[in-house]
Ligand binder design. Sequence first.
Ligand code: PGA
Length: 258
Amino acid sequence: MHVSRKPLVAGNWKMHHGGPTGLDLAGAIGALAREVPHVEVVVAPPFTVLAAAASELEETPVGLAAQNLHVADKGAFTGEVSGPMLRDAGCAWVIVGHSERRQLFGETDALVAEKAAAAYTHGLVPIVCVGETLEERESGKTLAVVERQIGAVLDVLVAHADSAVVAYEPVWAIGTGKTAGPAEAQEVHAAIRRQLAGKAPNLAATARILYGGSVKGDNAAALLGEADVDGALVGGASLEAASFGAIARAAERIAASS
Ligand code: PGA
């Protein structure tokens, strides 16, 4: 974490808490956010509860994210949700290119870049996810894969340098309980920042690079203590206010003391 970048802790609820339990959780996170003023807190509930969660979070500093968007504004795309619709629902953020979208729904690097661009067009900040599979890591391709994924979206990030957010999520660490060690995470985060710097030094300085993959209250401090880890994208541990709060508080302690 670097003093010039406000840490961002985002909760990706995935396909959980799409009804009343989501509103309860949003309310609890709204209260928690007031205890962590040095941390930017974002939650990404399912579509069905976004508008109600926006009302719940209205008087709080918590940002609301969607988990996906379609690149078009509107049209005959049954089952899809557009950027303008997400804005209407109260979102300021959207996750794009999550590995589950890439792996299970066939999203390509090019589509992820289009989605990131569409997000910015509609006033949403995309959290652009990248990360290698276990097979890619074991065959020594981690940095090449991440470089390719970042390369596809680099021009979009350059054009929005002051709000760029990337999440490095090694696929083998998502939902598995296996985390990249702090040094392993830092190595990839530093490589991403070097790649950004090669294109635009200001982008490298301002972009927040989050780590994701089995982040919990007990490993968050070590990960967030690394120089190029600017926050966390949290799945499983974001489904309860206590476990998400432990991560946000770990970030707060580091940010408040630096
Ligand atoms: P996890 O998920 O924290 O449950 O590993 C992270 C993510 O998929 O964003």
